[in-house]
Design a protein around this ligand. Structure first.
Ligand code: FES
Ligand code: FES
Length: 164
């Protein structure tokens, strides 16, 4: 079947198997390997991408469900001026160790701050509850999300990446 979608602000049209998994299509057909496969059972959030702005586990989403919709992966965040403010906050707050979970955390943070630009620490922890990290201990991640919220509040829209 034909899948037509917008991926990272670009139109995509490709033939897929009806049972194709979104994560496989992104990684194997489009070369977007930022979303990671870890648990493969919708538990860890390493495969998170944004579908029409909402976080989904790409490991458990059929690719055809993306038809006619927008998909955003970590590769779509940085703009011509550099990293997206959320990415930069994660770097500056050392919210990354191995980095395997980081694309999912960053994209979930983007969705959170789009609907709640000034979340409390407990709201951040709740929203990120579906993203697991084995390395950081989470405190630096919470710090990074608070920092990202401040940066986005202060930044002009043009510096927030191509699809903020
Ligand atoms: S790999 Fe998809 S939720 Fe863990
Ligand atoms: S930084 Fe290693 S799993 Fe999160």
């Amino acid at each position: 079947m034909l899948l037509e979608a917008t991926v990272n602000n670009r139109p995509v049209s490709l033939e897929i198997e009806p049972r194709a998994i979104l994560l496989d299509v992104l990684r194997d057909h489009l070369g977007l390997t930022g979303a990671k496969r870890s648990c493969d059972t919708q538990v860890c959030g390493a495969c998170t991408v944004l579908l029409d702005g909402s976080p989904v586990s790409a490991c458990c989403t059929l690719a055809y469900e993306a038809g006619g919709r927008t998909v955003e992966t970590i590769e779509g965040l940085a703009g011509p001026d550099g990293l997206h403010p959320i990415q930069q906050a994660f770097v500056d707050r050392v919210a990354i160790q191995c980095g395997f979970c980081t694309p999912g955390f960053v994209l979930t943070t983007k969705a959170l701050l789009a609907e709640n630009p000034c979340p409390t620490r407990s709201e951040i922890a709740d929203f990120l509850g579906g993203n697991l990290c084995r390395c950081t201990g989470y405190w630096n991640i919470l710090d990074a999300v608070e920092d990202a919220a401040r940066r986005l509040a202060a930044a002009p829209t043009s510096s927030q990446g191509p699809s903020s």
